[in-house]
Design a protein around this ligand. Structure first.
Ligand code: FAD
Length: 287
């Protein structure tokens, strides 16, 4: 089976379910990445997206290696994330060439979080990089924020920028995590009103600990519904039950999204195959 573009996947599959993984960092070896991939592939994801870190963890070169490994060894289509901060047109052309050589057909075009130490580049926003990637032959996706990007206070303006990503050539959107599906449905309506017609796949991340939740909400501005706050309070001193409650909550979110006719579901697996397996089983139950 040849690897597919995400556009082909959306054109031929009802409710594609995809996973996000991150490449090895520090001492985490390629063998461990292989192990994660070997447990995710049998769950039959529509595609696996592989994150990219331009700064801190220094695992950017591994994105391509891990994506190539997944395609070669498990015949699963991949999406390579790529951030544009600090990239010049020339360095982007080089990255495109490497991705193509590796057989990667899909790229998630991102700006990356603000990094004052990044060298000045040719691209200010993700949308600035999309046309070149499209020209280079990739099926390009972009990030979407059901509650608006954390640094944009007006959700309508944020959706207008999102429309700009579609106009620049993005052919699919992947959302940031959220804990309240009602916000996702309102966001979908705003997108439709703004003329966004490309498929939007909704990203869900199970909460596994209180510290992870607080990191997430401050990093991405997701709001916490009282149901989540109550679970965090109830299982404050019982990490195992909290993890189970987090996975159960995410599964219920995914089932609700599936029955509300979303275009696709994207599971932030955090490299934990058991999280992905629970999510896939829950989605299958309602389909
Ligand atoms: P942009 O779309 O460029 O937006 C950045 C900010 O500028 C927003 O506030 C937006 O409202 C505003 N804006 C956008 N366009 C314009 C414009 N034309 N004029 C004025 N303002 C504008 N980060 C990583 O480092 N590696 C990853 O692998 C990664 N994967 C991600 C995957 C998903 C699905 C998501 C949702 C996020 C991911 N991120 C990743 C995080 C992302 O890099 C940050 O959220 C970053 O701060 C914004 O990236 P963006 O591509 O959405 O930026």
């Amino acid at each position: 089976m040849a690897t597919k573009t995400v556009s082909q996947i959306f054109a031929t599959q009802k409710l594609p379910v995809s996973f996000e993984i991150f490449p090895p960092k520090g001492d985490l070896s390629q063998e461990e990445a292989q192990q994660v991939a070997s447990q995710l592939a049998p769950l039959d994801p529509a595609f696996i997206s592989v994150t990219y870190s331009a700064g801190g963890s220094g695992n950017s070169s591994r994105t391509l290696e891990v994506a190539r490994l997944i395609q070669r060894d498990y015949d699963v289509s991949t999406v390579a994330h790529l951030t544009c901060q600090g990239l010049t047109r020339q360095s982007l052309a080089k990255k495109s060439a490497h991705l193509k050589e590796a057989g990667i057909k899909n790229v998630l075009a991102l700006r990356g979080d603000p990094n004052p130490e990044a060298a000045p580049g040719d691209f200010e926003y993700a949308s600035d990089m999309i046309p070149q990637l499209v020209e280079d032959g990739f099926c390009v996706g972009a990030a979407a924020y059901p509650e608006g990007h954390i640094s944009c206070l007006d959700p309508d303006i944020d959706v207008a920028y999102l429309r700009g990503k579609q106009d620049a050539g993005a052919s699919f959107l992947v959302t940031q995590l959220f804990f309240d599906n009602q916000l996702a449905y309102r966001f979908r309506e705003r997108c439709h009103k703004a003329g966004i017609t490309v498929p939007i796949t909704f990203g869900v991340m199970p909460f596994l600990s209180k510290s992870q939740v607080s990191r997430m909400i401050f990093m991405c501005g997701a709001s916490l519904p009282s149901a989540v706050v109550k679970l965090l309070a109830r299982y404050e001193d019982d990490p195992e039950s909290l993890r189970a409650a987090g996975i159960e909550y995410a599964c219920a979110q995914l089932q609700d999204l599936a029955t509300h006719g979303v275009d696709g579901l994207h599971i932030y697996t955090m490299n934990r195959p058991q999280v992905a397996a629970a999510a896939v089983a829950a989605i299958r139950e309602v389909l």
